[in-house]
Design a binder for this molecule. Structure first.
Ligand SMILES: Cc1cc2nc3c(=O)[nH]c(=O)nc-3n(C[C@H](O)[C@H](O)[C@H](O)COP(=O)(O)O)c2cc1C
Ligand code: SF4
Length: 489
């Protein structure tokens, strides 16, 4: 059912920690792995951590994950409510944003993305309350629970009106992405006055989020969306492009606006700490119905590569964290302490952003063992954590570790490589993994995410997202039938 790469060993077939360590060594992947999962207060993952006035009760965070299942006017649907409920039941004490919520209709990533405005405020408040009630029911109290809302403008990847039509708003003309996504840079270019309006929309949204009781908002700067794209707007003229100061004006102005109008609200930033150019399937190595492995797609563009953030302009498939460090210094100066580090973009280099053995329908076979992608993010986060001990840093890309996720998570947190371990896909298939780890140190192996990528393939084809293979909710659904038919075709 899932076209797969046979080149790399499936984690599910590795039956002991020793074998897992041996396989890591064979692949020359350097990751710390604890011998056993520790439960209760012995676990480094059980220790609370403070961030300003907030105390986060343990070291598990739930990453934001959209379901492409809101109503057309941007309110939660029953599917959205169920997902947030499951986030609440997870046992994780930091809920990083729930999912991306657009600050304006034209910045929605899909016509069913949640939208924050006066009309929708109440339903978003109810969504938060659902999560909190679920958490209380499971944990007995809400002590140490911190809940944020991720605010977004989708920029180049906006699809507000039709799931199959991009209506992009770009910060600058990108020679590779414009071509790949058929973007008319002239009509899609965001003018400075429009960017100022979007800044106001972020601040208005944050004021609403504070009223609704959220502990913090994430001013999203990752995955190729607008905030992230502005960080690499080297070629843009005017006050939002060129110098580092100009490229960070968007962030700085939003932070100042929030401080002014919602002073009690904490601010976080989810950041793609490094990026890479777009990848594509190698056409020469496609087989039958199988995509070829990913290769970098530079389309004849030569160095210096001027269209990325956190990459080496002379060799853009290598990271360079110099500006990332500068950006984190800026966040610290602005009093932003909550940072969630991710990488790349799901639209043009998914193996960097969410390592998987099975590619999504618009992806490619993994060009490297996905463990290399996991380690790349874990090492970058550790390097940045070392440089910024005052920041509270959430790490990403742990789901691919599957049954060894807790062993690695524990070891990384114990060594101070990250403050919190964020979970994305794993909580779609196995929402209460943090609870099981912390209370019994055992796992329900049947629920482990095996990175089949259906939760990405479905929305790429206009269906709601979710864990089709493992979550019984989708078993007999129309969406499951459509996904199967689509894959067959
Ligand atoms: C279905 C799906 C929806 C996602 N939606 C968001 C989102 O709304 N905001 C965001 O910052 N990241 C989003 N992501 C990325 C995840 O937060 C996370 O970075 C990624 O899945 C890698 O972590 P993992 O290895 O634990 O899955 C999404 C990922 C998936 C699979
Ligand atoms: S569909 Fe399920 S198993 Fe597949 S990647 Fe998504 S969460 Fe994991």
């Amino acid at each position: 059912m899932h076209p797969m790469s046979i080149a790399y060993r499936r984690i599910g077939t590795i039956s002991s920690v020793e074998d897992f360590r041996a396989y890591l060594a064979e692949q020359q992947v350097d990751l710390p792995v604890d011998d056993a999962i520790l439960a209760g207060s012995d676990s480094p993952l059980a220790a609370p951590i403070t961030c300003g006035d907030l105390t986060i009760g343990n070291r598990f965070a739930i990453h934001p994950m959209e379901g492409w299942d809101g109503t057309s006017d941007g309110k939660p649907s029953p599917g959205t409510v169920r997902r947030w409920q499951r986030f609440g039941l997870s046992g994780a004490k930091l809920i990083w944003g729930g999912e991306a919520v657009a600050v304006a209709h034209d910045g929605r990533a899909n016509p069913r993305q949640l939208l924050i405005n006066d009309d929708n405020a109440r339903s978003l408040g109810d969504l938060r309350q659902t999560l909190i009630d679920a958490h209380r029911e499971q944990a007995g109290s809400t002590d140490g629970l911190v809940v944020g809302l991720q605010l977004t403008h989708s920029g180049r990847f906006s699809r507000p009106n039709r799931k199959d039509r991009l209506e992009p708003h770009i910060a600058y003309s990108h020679p590779l992405l414009d071509r790949r996504f058929h973007t008319d840079a002239g009509s899609a270019m965001l003018h400075d006055d429009h960017l100022h309006r979007i800044i106001d929309q972020f601040v208005d949204a944050a004021v609403l989020a504070e009223d609704l009781g959220f502990d913090f908002v994430d001013v999203k700067h990752c995955h190729g969306y607008l905030g992230h794209e502005l960080l690499s707007a080297h070629t843009r003229s005017g006050v939002f492009g060129g110098s580092f100061e100009n490229r960070t004006r968007f962030l700085r102005t939003i932070v100042t606006g929030i401080r002014d109008r919602a002073p009690r609200l904490a601010i976080g930033v989810r950041l793609s700490a490094f990026d890479m150019p777009p990848f594509k399937p190698d056409p020469d190595r496609a087989e039958d119905h199988r995509l070829g492995p990913g290769i970098v797609d530079l389309q004849g563009v030569s160095a210096p590569y001027a269209w990325g953030f956190g990459l080496d302009t002379a060799n853009p498939v290598a990271m360079d964290l110099t500006e990332t460090r500068r950006f984190l210094t800026l966040l610290q100066e602005e009093g932003v302490r909550l940072v969630n580090l991710t990488a790349g973009s799901p639209y043009y280099n998914p193996h960097i952003q969410r390592p998987a053995l099975y590619p999504p329908s618009d992806g490619y076979q993994p060009p490297e063992d996905p463990l290399v992608g996991v380690a790349r993010q874990i090492h970058a986060a550790a390097e940045l954590k070392r440089a910024f001990p005052e920041l509270v840093i959430v790490g990403t890309a742990y789901s691919y570790l599957q049954q060894y996720l807790p062993h690695v998570a524990q070891a990384v947190v114990r060594r101070g490589g990250v403050d919190l371990v964020g979970l994305g896909r794993m909580v779609l298939s196995y929402p209460d993994l943090p609870h099981d780890v912390l209370t019994s140190g055992t796992l329900k192996t049947k629920l482990l995410c095996r990175t089949f990528s259906d939760c990405t393939t479905a929305p790429r084809n206009g269906l709601v997202s979710g864990c089709y293979p493992l979550d019984p909710y989708y078993k007999k659904s129309d969406e499951m039938k459509q996904l199967k038919a689509m894959k067959k075709a």
